[in-house]
Design a binder for this molecule. Structure first.
Ligand SMILES: N[C@@H](CCC(=O)N[C@@H](CS)C(=O)NCC(=O)O)C(=O)O
Length: 210
């Protein structure tokens, strides 16, 4: 059976958890905290990051984007990337946008964990701008449609859903719902899917950032 190294708050791990649930692939979740000394992530991924997928046939694949690429090769429905080249690029572009927002949120969480004298307001503002600009772009690209690309749920929707769930968990003061009712409606559609319900982000503990 496949094993997936995760942290409960991680939006990157959640992307893969949702993809596995959507495709009906059974897997074992292995809980880690990449920020702790001796974390498993650092033993199997030189970058010390999760998610990492143990495919069960000797391969350890890291980075959520590469893992999803791998899952797509298994030919299990639903296909998350669409068939034609333009659709794939659009899915990947929106995924990169959502992942970039999550990277900025991680940096905000880390900066806020520093002692007040070490904290940089400029740095925090720089990251906060990426988050608000990224959410605005996600709303603009959805443009009132049900799904980002074509007529079906796919990687773009999955990635934006995981990103907004993580924003709500880590920077709840960023109020995007009132400004972007279409994104609000999208997340309601997504969060009612079993794959999203089974992977809700949770804080692991006060010292854990993920
Ligand atoms: N691009 C990576 C990002 C993964 C990532 O940043 N994971 C965080 C958890 S949310 C992590 O493990 N951070 C530990 C570290 O940077 O040392 C992916 O998509 O998998």
């Amino acid at each position: 059976m496949m094993k997936l190294l995760i942290a409960k708050p991680s939006p990157f791990a959640r992307k893969v958890r949702v993809a596995l649930h959507e495709k009906g692939i059974e897997f074992e979740q292995v809980l880690d905290n990449p920020w702790n000394p001796g974390a498993r992530a650092g033993q199997i991924n030189p970058l010390g990051k999760l998610p990492v997928l143990d495919t069960g046939d000797g391969r350890q694949i890291y980075d959520s984007r590469v893992i999803i690429e791998y899952l797509e090769t298994l030919g299990r429905a639903p296909a998350l990337l669409g068939q034609d080249a333009d659709a794939r690029v659009m899915h990947r572009q929106i995924e990169a946008l959502a992942d970039g927002v999550c990277d900025a949120v991680v940096l905000i969480v880390l900066e806020r964990a520093r002692r007040v004298v070490l904290r940089s307001t400029d740095w925090l503002e720089r990251q906060q701008h990426k988050v608000t600009a990224g959410i605005a772009e996600a709303a603009r690209l959805l443009d009132g449609r049900e799904w980002y690309v074509g007529e079906a749920f796919g990687l773009a929707d999955l990635s934006v859903g995981c990103m907004l769930g993580y924003v709500d968990l880590r920077v709840p003061e960023i109020e995007w719902r009132r400004a972007y009712p279409d994104l609000d409606a999208l997340t309601r559609r997504l969060e009612s899917r079993p794959s999203f319900r089974r992977s809700r982000p949770e804080s692991q503990s006060i010292t854990e950032v993920g």
